[in-house]
Design a binder for this molecule. Sequence first.
Ligand SMILES: [Zn+2]
Ligand SMILES: [Zn+2]
Length: 82
Amino acid sequence: MCVEKWMALYNQTKETVEQDAAGVTVRLATITCGCGWVRGITEMYQCLYCREWFCQFCAENHFGKTVKQYKADKAAGYDNAS
Ligand SMILES: [Zn+2]
Ligand SMILES: [Zn+2]
């Protein structure tokens, strides 16, 4: 695993742990995407494989398909990830 990836995961884990310790509920917790965009955790997407959180734009890049395509594939039964 490259250092940048490790740092991104480390920082995101730190963010969630700190907010959890401060008593912030999951619905109000925020995560900073690798692109620097801070969003509510409920609006972020976590990769099943590398466990990193992404905003919608970065998630679409990372997963190689748009959320729209993903939902269409899932509805059609092509989702083998779960
Ligand atoms: Zn990933
Ligand atoms: Zn992003």
